[in-house]
Design a binder for this molecule. Structure first.
Ligand SMILES: CC(C)(COP(=O)(O)OP(=O)(O)OC[C@H]1O[C@@H](n2cnc3c(N)ncnc32)[C@H](O)[C@@H]1OP(=O)(O)O)[C@@H](O)C(=O)NCCC(=O)NCCS
Length: 148
């Protein structure tokens, strides 16, 4: 079955939380996703296959800027281009909301995520010392300027 990319709804949130908890050391909670889904200043996109959620991403909106605070692809679906396709889908939504630049932070040691962002054209703009806890680690700050 082909993957579908779309906005998340309330009924996706339990699956999103399960994926988040399997991957992140300081996971977001159910209420955080519900708030993002219902906010005018955020959105959540998912990749789904049949009834299963393969991955998701959260964006905060402060046009012309946006922030990507959370993206996870479930382990069984990784390295198939899903994160990249999900971000391309999200970028289309962001452009229709007058966003031109996306910011994010990533752990220095997170090679899969850094490879993903590099391959999309994100650029390093700085470093935040001891930004993360559990374990403590520096963050690389990145930005992506979307094409007009
Ligand atoms: C980071 C993550 C979202 C990538 O998802 P994915 O669907 O496997 O990524 P894709 O298949 O779209 O790969 C995109 C690029 O990253 C590369 N990549 C993906 N996983 C990789 C790995 N483990 N090692 C090296 N490169 C990797 C791919 O080769 C691809 O590069 P290319 O376009 O040059 O060929 C996934 O590994 C994940 O959920 N990790 C845990 C959560 C996390 O760290 N989130 C980011 C927080 S900042």
């Amino acid at each position: 079955m082909a993957l579908t990319y779309r906005y998340a709804t309330d009924s996706d949130v339990d699956a999103i939380v399960a994926i988040e908890e399997s991957a992140m050391s300081n996971p977001w909670h159910k209420d955080n996703y519900l708030e993002a889904i219902h906010s005018d200043h955020a959105f959540v996109v998912v990749a789904s296959e049949d009834d299963a959620i393969a991955g998701f991403a959260v964006f905060y909106l402060t046009p012309p800027e946006s922030e990507l605070p959370d993206i996870v692809v479930a382990e069984a679906y990784r390295k198939r281009g899903i994160a990249k396709a999900l971000l391309h889908y999200a970028f289309d939504q962001l452009q229709s909301q007058k966003v031109d630049t996306v910011f994010l932070e990533v752990r220095v040691s997170n090679t899969p995520a850094r490879t993903l962002y590099d391959s999309l054209g994100f650029e390093e703009i700085g470093k935040r010392k001891y930004f993360y806890s559990n374990p403590i680690e520096d963050a690389i700050c990145m930005s992506y300027r979307m094409e007009e």
